[in-house]
Design a protein around this ligand. Structure first.
Ligand SMILES: Nc1nc2c(c(=O)[nH]1)N[C@H]1C(S)=C(S)[C@@H](COP(=O)(O)OP(=O)(O)OC[C@H]3O[C@@H](n4cnc5c(=O)[nH]c(N)nc54)[C@H](O)[C@@H]3O)O[C@H]1N2
Ligand SMILES: Nc1nc2c(c(=O)[nH]1)N[C@H]1C(S)=C(S)[C@@H](COP(=O)(O)OP(=O)(O)OC[C@H]3O[C@@H](n4cnc5c(=O)[nH]c(N)nc54)[C@H](O)[C@@H]3O)O[C@H]1N2
Ligand code: SF4
Ligand SMILES: [Mo]
Length: 716
């Protein structure tokens, strides 16, 4: 028996927790957290452990690629043959209809794949299609809308390690590990980041209809009716402006629109917001007072406000409150992590609103342009069926299950069926894969060369790690990067491999490593290239498998360049107009609102079938407040129909005294796309059937309503 231990890192989420794995006879045999150098200390969550089982073949991992047969079934196909056939079909589509006929959907799994992620963008840029879609626009792109119309404070928010007040609305990082820059927590060991903040005398405020696992750290937990974040944060702004507690130095240096904002939030007295949200007025007053008093506040949100009613407005108001409080680093402040693979210079300067969504390239079905160089995912079905010569005819799905993620299968599925070519690049069969012409079997992280690229700027302290493959690839699986390179090479597209980062237009990034169509790139060389401007060299990383903490002098925020005159807009006109609509809106009469939530042992659709998850969540429970259940004559395990204006599902209820009344809390990505609806038989109920891709979608990003969905509950 050959046995050894190797150091590596988990790639499930951007925490990239450092870990040690045992390899026995070429198979992964166990995993432990490695706290030796990790900026998070020793930490590993259940998904980190589940990924070891998944590598070893649990949960129906795909070991061969598949091609659809005439009879509607699948036959195995050699992966290289599959990639060649896909390239030929794409080339024919492009020759006949132009590059815009091709689209990609970049799912959550794609973020796990560093080289794949970049090669995908290189391919899309070279192909010249604007049709880049990702989960981000059906996740929290309200934050992108806000950035595009308010602008961006380039110095970034205070690090949690420096903050004295953390305000988080609608996120549960203790379960999801979703932290900075948007939510307020560190993504690795999130609980510890709150503990430390409180040990320093800092305070935590949480706004969530559910008393979540994160709420145990809250000094103030506001438990509102869902869907009221815009009103709550407008009222906080109202109080700060009323009491003169906003950070006037910061605001006058960087922001326009203060007087317009004052007028826009005038109707949102704390009494009005408290009544709408059904919370005590004092809680809103307290939050505003603490924000006024704090020296280094940070304000952020998770998916709750991004998925509920008026999500773009809610996210904009949350950002506006963060700006009024001056929750951003200033010239002279310490930059704890300037980045290791690509160190950055950080300046206290405002970047004016881009309003990119008002500029070309526009969608065909709606006059809307990109956010962060991506088009809105909720429009994919409309862009497929658009009566326009440029409509989407081929879709490559990279590490995602868009049909489950979009919801509204009655609309989305027929559109996907109308495609000439649908490809799923995934390590398992998904609901979208079941409709695909080809399912290409992808490798898993511990079988690939990878760098801590996605975490580089997110770690609380500088740190980087490189991991070569620890085990051989099983069966006939391919690395994601190889898929994109092979398809490009066969299509005759010369790619350039670049260090890409969010917000950058791939094509406009200067330099890069030119790749040839003839010579397969070496993944190690690609990783080496990504380290070329690093504070550590690739050789140092390769020699230190446990990672490296670069030693360098402390870095501080610099002032804006001489003559810099860009400013942020505290009151964009579309924000003010929507706020006026909300001020007049009558409350929805539906007795319950369905809210989003996530479970610890699964990662959206991935690891849903893991042992840990299935033990805890054999079905997708509909959690309700026990008092609401008593009113409806329901007990734990009763089957109910949950009915929205758009659809109905059945589920089993479970009492949860953490929930406020009037809320039904459920997880997404359970069950099948459009099965029988049996909540027991198909792996749980699919809440996507309750949501619509045409009603109650937001302006600009077309974000559907995935939370605060008005529903009725009926006993079956
Ligand atoms: N274990 C695990 N981790 C994950 C995932 C997973 O599936 N499992 N998914 C990953 C992904 S893709 C994402 S995007 C992140 C998401 O990370 P989070 O945003 O932390 O996700 P949730 O746990 O769904 O937290 C959303 C919270 O918002 C609350 N909420 C619902 N509606 C409202 C509202 O209208 N207002 C307010 N204020 N709160 C509301 C819900 O009660 C819930 O507690 O997690 C990532 N990490
Ligand atoms: N109703 C409702 N709908 C929602 C949400 C909600 O809260 N409520 N949340 C939304 C959000 S925030 C998100 S992010 C989306 C999630 O939507 P998606 O990202 O489309 O769904 P996932 O299930 O995360 O898909 C990830 C896929 O990646 C695969 N994968 C894992 N590792 C690899 C790899 O290394 N390579 C490749 N090629 N594939 C890999 C997994 O097997 C899995 O099938 O859903 C959205 N939809
Ligand atoms: S927090 Fe993220 S990176 Fe860390 S073990 Fe869990 S899934 Fe992996
Ligand atoms: Mo997400």
């Amino acid at each position: 028996m050959e046995r050894h231990t190797a150091k590596t890192f988990c790639r499930n989420c951007s925490a990239h927790c450092a870990m040690e794995v045992d390899v026995v006879d070429g198979r992964l045999a166990g995993a432990r957290p490695d706290g030796t150098l990790s900026p998070y200390g020793a930490y590993l969550c259940p998904k980190g452990r589940a990924s070891v089982d998944f590598h070893n073949g649990a949960e129906g991992r795909l070991l061969a690629s598949l091609k659809r047969t005439g009879e509607g079934g699948y036959a195995p196909i050699d992966s290289h043959t599959a990639m060649a056939e896909i390239a030929d079909r794409l080339a024919a589509i492009v020759a006949a209809h132009g590059p815009r006929a091709v689209a990609v959907y970049h799912g959550t799994g794609a973020y796990r794949s560093v080289l794949g992620n970049i090669m995908e963008r290189a391919w899309v840029a070279q192909l010249g299609t604007p049709n880049f879609f990702s989960t981000m626009t059906i996740d929290q792109s309200g934050k992108w809308v806000s950035a595009a119309r308010v602008g961006i404070m380039a110095s970034g928010k205070h690090a949690i390690r420096d903050a004295d007040l953390a305000v988080l609305s609608g996120g549960n990082p203790v379960v999801t590990h979703q932290g900075a820059p948007y939510a307020v927590a560190e993504s690795g060991a999130p609980g510890r980041s709150f503990e430390r903040l409180k040990e320093r005398g800092g305070k935590v405020v949480l706004i969530d209809p559910r008393r979540t696992e994160t709420a145990r750290y809250a000094d103030l937990h506001i438990q509102p009716r869902p869907g009221q974040d815009a009103a709550i944060f407008a009222a906080v702004a109202h109080v700060m402006l009323r009491d003169g507690t906003w950070d006037s130095g910061f605001v006058s240096r960087h922001c326009n629109g203060l007087e317009d904002l004052r007028a826009a939030v005038a109707p949102f007295t704390p009494e009005v917001a408290a009544a709408r949200a059904d919370v005590p007025v004092e809680q809103i007053e307290t939050l505003a007072r603490w924000l006024g008093e704090a020296k280094r506040p940070v304000v952020g949100s998770g998916t709750g406000p991004s998925m509920a009613d008026h999500s773009n407005l809610a996210e904009t108001m949350i950002d506006v409150v963060g700006l009024l409080a001056g929750g951003y680093r200033r010239a002279g402040d310490l930059v704890r992590n300037p980045g290791t693979l690509k160190p950055k210079v950080v300046r206290e300067m405002a970047l004016a609103p881009s309003r990119s969504f008002e500029k070309a390239p526009f969608c065909l079905s709606e006059p809307v342009g990109p956010l962060m160089h991506e088009l809105p995912t909720a429009l994919i079905p409309r862009e497929i069926i658009a009566d326009h010569p440029d409509h989407i005819r081929a879709l490559v799905v990279f590490g995602g299950d868009p049909l489950m993620a979009l919801g509204d299968p009655g609309v989305a599925k027929p559109a996907f069926e109308a495609l000439d070519l649908l490809v799923s690049l995934d390590c398992r069969m998904t609901e979208t894969g079941k409709l695909a012409d080809y399912v290409v079997a992808a490798s898993q992280p511990f079988e690939r060369h990878e760098l801590t690229f996605a975490a580089d700027a997110l770690y609380p302290e500088p740190f980087a790690q490189y991991s070569p493959p620890l085990v051989a690839k099983p069966g006939d699986v391919v690395d994601d990067w190889e898929f994109f390179w092979s398809v490009a090479a066969r299509m005759g597209l010369d790619l350039t491999f670049k260090y890409w980062g969010y917000g950058l237009d791939y094509g406009s990034i200067p330099g890069g490593l030119p790749l040839s169509c003839e010579e397969r790139p070496e993944p190690e060389a690609l990783c080496r290239f990504l380290c070329s401007d690093g504070a550590v060299t690739f050789d140092e990383l390769a020699a230190n498998p446990g990672g490296v903490r670069p030693q360098r002098d402390p870095v501080h925020v610099l002032s804006a360049p001489e003559g810099w005159d860009q400013r942020l807009d505290l009151c964009p006109s579309d924000m003010a107009a929507e706020l006026a609509v909300v001020a007049k809106e009558a409350p929805d009469p539906a007795p319950f609102r369905l809210t989003c939530r996530r479970v610890l042992h699964a990662l959206n659709g991935a690891f849903r079938e893991s042992r840990g998850n299935r033990k805890r969540h054999p079905v997708n429970h509909a959690y309700m407040a026990p008092a609401d259940m008593a009113d409806l004559g329901l007990e734990d395990g009763c089957e109910v129909a949950i009915v929205s204006t758009h659809g109905a599902i059945r589920a089993f209820v479970k009492g949860e005294d953490r929930l406020r009344r009037g809320v039904v809390s459920m997880t997404h990505m359970f069950g099948t796309l459009d099965g029988t609806g049996d909540p027991r038989g198909e792996g749980g109920s699919n809440v996507g059937r309750l949501t619509s891709l045409s009603e109650h979608v937001q302006p600009i990003n077309f974000m559907p309503r995935f939370s605060a969905v008005p529903v009725e509950i009926r006993k079956v």
